[in-house]
Ligand binder design. Structure first.
Ligand code: B12
Ligand code: SF4
Ligand code: SF4
Length: 340
């Protein structure tokens, strides 16, 4: 079997999507990266856009896309519940996707060559490489959207020293966005604006992960989120009907805020240790839960929830509950620090 066949067979066996691109420089992206000043990642734009600087022997990049989509029925059990990305319902993709890429690299035909793996934490701009490998196009939401998996998928790169026939790149922009603005309208922080890089400082996903003191404006954008944000994906028509089997453990996506706010090291390890949220650390997640609890006590917050934000109805229910409000009064005067 040729190398292309090995990759396709692997992808079919593991239920993921795969593509290949040459290690060309991502020249057009340099200006965009410079303007966007993206957090949590190297500011060396040359490194971020030059695969051969990251892996000099690179002749091809195999890109895998693995779905993390999942559906769940919001619960309404009277508990103060927050919101987490559905990515929290499965094991940390940094580990699982790396494992898949290592398994692929050890397949006959690929075994024995030198290779390098990147899953999220390396410098290369993964979405653009995945687009070049034909996995999907950019939505206005800034997500890479696949015709097969929608946008709920993670990306992993396997840089190889072997030459493999590349796929045709996907078009830069998603055609569907020409007549849609659902993600722009729904984004709680107004982080998405046509033709501009993501305003990451107003993105809930960033706010939940940034450590330290949170300013009042960010706290207002945070709402009931504890980790990550899926709103621009929830409202995207490209994801309609693509959600995988139901999420059984509701705590992974609608955590009890009071429990998270008060969790100790043991509880943190049990709840988050195996997920991609673990890297935030206990203090940041507890801070988010406290701010979410506090926000739930404010009328202004209730109005936001009933308006353009599409979040679980349970928040409205306990928000209106006076007994709960009295019991949790202590959160009202609390600051936004990430230490109790
Ligand atoms: C830093 C980072 C973040 C930051 C900033 C995000 C951002 N959009 O810049 C924060 C914390 C906010 C974040 C949030 C999320 N992230 Co993130 N993040 C990253 C990381 C580490 C770097 C992203 C980056 O370089 N951004 C800079 C911008 C400029 O580049 P970009 O977003 O990759 O893509 C844009 C450009 O390529 C541009 N583009 C491409 N070609 C060209 C050409 C021209 C001429 C122009 C003008 C533009 C252009 O269009 C794209 C869209 O704007 C990557 C992993 C990696 N190493 O690449 C993951 C990654 C992008 N994140 C990912 C995910 C899943 C998320 C979240 C969904 C997580 C969540 N549920 O909360 C959210 C989504 C937020 C959003 N709407 O984008 C996935 C994306 C998967 C996908 N299908 O798109 C990645 C690839 C991680 C992974 N390995 O799976 N993330
Ligand atoms: S992840 Fe949430 S806050 Fe960030 S761009 Fe999407 S909808 Fe907006
Ligand atoms: S919600 Fe609409 S505008 Fe946003 S990415 Fe999806 S199709 Fe494009």
């Amino acid at each position: 079997m040729n190398l292309r066949g090995v990759i396709d067979e692997f992808a079919a066996e593991h239920g993921c999507i795969a593509g290949v691109c040459p290690p060309d420089e991502l020249t057009e992206l340099r200006g965009v990266l410079e303007v966007s000043g993206t957090p949590f990642v190297s500011r060396n734009y040359l490194l971020r856009t030059t695969p051969k600087m990251v892996f000099p022997a690179c002749e091809s990049i195999v890109v895998l896309g693995v779905s993390y989509a999942g559906s769940f029925a919001p619960v309404c059990d009277g508990r103060p519940r927050g919101v987490q990305s559905v990515g929290c319902a499965s094991a940390d993709y940094h580990t699982t996707l790396r494992g898949k890429l290592e398994a692929l690299a050890s397949r006959p035909g690929l075994r024995g060559g030198s290779f390098k793996i990147q899953v999220d934490t390396g410098p290369l701009a993964e979405r653009e490489i995945a687009r070049r490998a034909g996995l999907g196009s950019f939505g206005r939401s800034h997500q890479l959207v696949s015709p097969v998996l929608g946008s709920y998928f993670n990306i992993g790169l396997l840089m190889l020293d072997a030459r493999i026939e590349p796929d045709a790149p996907s078009p830069l922009m998603l055609e569907r966005c020409a007549t849609c603005s659902a993600c722009i309208d729904a984004c709680p922080g107004g982080a998405i604006a046509p033709g501009k890089p993501l305003n990451w400082s107003r993105c809930v996903s960033y706010i939940t992960q940034a450590k330290g003191e949170m300013d009042a404006q960010s706290a207002a954008i945070l709402g009931a989120h504890v980790y990550g944000c899926d709103i621009c994906q929830q409202v995207c028509p490209c994801n309609a009907g693509l959600a995988a089997p139901g999420i059984a453990d509701i705590e992974t996506v609608m955590p009890d805020l009071e429990r998270v706010a008060q969790m100790d090291g043991g509880e943190f390890a049990k709840r988050y240790g195996h997920t991609s949220a673990a890297w935030c650390g206990i203090d940041t997640l507890r801070r988010n839960a406290r701010i979410a609890l506090r926000a739930c006590l404010k009328t202004r917050f209730r109005r936001i929830f009933e308006g353009k934000r599409r979040e679980p109805a349970v928040v409205r229910k306990f928000d209106a509950d006076d007994v709960w409000r009295k019991k949790h009064r202590k959160y009202v005067g609390m600051g936004f620090s990430n230490t109790p």
